[in-house]
Design a binder for this molecule. Structure first.
Ligand SMILES: [Zn+2]
Length: 318
């Protein structure tokens, strides 16, 4: 009986501790969110407003998951894209020169393909870019093996290094001041990492797919005929009517991005992830906590979209 009471006591104390920690976390997050701009839609960009799909091809909007700050919508156009130029190191050898040029051509073409739907502009200034495309492999992710372990391994969970992925898209949220006359707004910017060591047709398909994420399609299509299909296919489709129908519906949704912050930037400090020191063409005050990728974590524990090129074994992919 005494042991039972002690156990109950211990159980209650643990429960109270967990409840206390949860409450503290909730309290620390709640005021932070209330300091963010309220969710509201932007006017539809003219390019999407005039888009009409006479064939009623449908969309996959139900696969798009908003994050804490709402849908990932651009409201200032053109959206600027920085494409990593040929490096000095690459220019030393014909093979790496050619490979870089092929990569640059594929990424540039993908930018041109999206341009009729949302105005994009290639910029040479990396620090000012809304979207940065780098010629590098995504960082390796660690994962737990999915296969059932043998009896000798059962009690010994181990981390495995995930297979290298071909591409990855991440975004960061920050508060931006454009001028002293204008209030700070919540802003976002994307980084795409795309491996150069792929066939040109795959490069173009991957660039098209990742740019679709960066333009706001934060999810995947279940159909192979869409550019945002979740897996790599042999004959990659061009941007489909369903891709644009989905994009248009996304841009009709509310977001906190691009709207003035109701309070001074200081009120966001408890959400600060880190304070970047950028060569400034724009003023970055501070990051709200940060990185998300289509195969990785986001601001909130939202359901994570599988990444097109991510092996399913990877942590955080579904
Ligand atoms: Zn993807």
């Amino acid at each position: 009986m005494g042991r039972c009471l002690r156990l109950n006591h211990w159980f209650l104390r643990s429960l109270l501790t967990i409840a206390g920690i949860s409450l503290a976390i909730a309290l620390s997050i709640a005021p932070a969110r209330s300091n963010l701009a309220p969710l509201q839609p932007h006017p539809l960009p003219p390019t999407l407003e005039k888009w009409q799909d006479g064939q009623k091809a449908g969309d996959y909007f139900d696969q798009i998951k908003p994050v804490d700050i709402g849908y990932l919508i651009w409201s200032k156009f053109p959206v600027t894209v920085f494409i990593e130029p040929l490096t000095l190191e690459e220019s030393k050898y014909p093979f790496t020169t050619q490979r870089a040029k092929t990569w640059i051509k594929a990424v540039s073409q993908a930018v041109q393909e999206w341009n009729p739907y949302l105005p994009l502009e290639i910029t040479q200034q990396a620090e000012k870019a809304d979207i940065t495309v780098l010629r590098s492999p995504p960082p390796l992710q660690f994962s737990l093996p999915e296969t059932s372990p043998s009896s000798s391994q059962r009690d010994r969970p181990r981390l495995a290094i995930g297979r290298a992925r071909s591409a990855e898209t991440r975004f960061e949220i920050y508060t931006k001041i454009s001028s002293s006359q204008e209030p700070p707004v919540l802003a976002h910017r994307f980084t795409i990492r795309l491996r150069p060591d792929q066939a040109p047709s795959y490069l173009l398909a991957a660039a098209r797919h990742e740019l679709g994420h960066a333009l706001g399609i934060w999810g995947h299509s279940p159909l192979q005929t869409d550019a945002l299909y979740f897996s790599q296919v042999r004959n990659s489709p061009p941007i489909s009517k369903r891709d644009i129908n989905t994009l248009k519906r996304i841009y009709e949704q509310p977001t906190r991005l691009g709207w003035p912050q109701p309070n001074s930037p200081k009120s966001l400090q408890h959400l600060t992830y880190h304070m970047p020191r950028l060569p400034l063409g724009r003023t970055v005050i501070q990051f709200v906590r940060a990185i998300a990728s289509c195969s990785s974590v986001s601001l909130a524990p939202v359901r994570l979209a599988p990444h097109r090129f991510a092996p399913r074994r990877l942590a955080f992919s579904r």
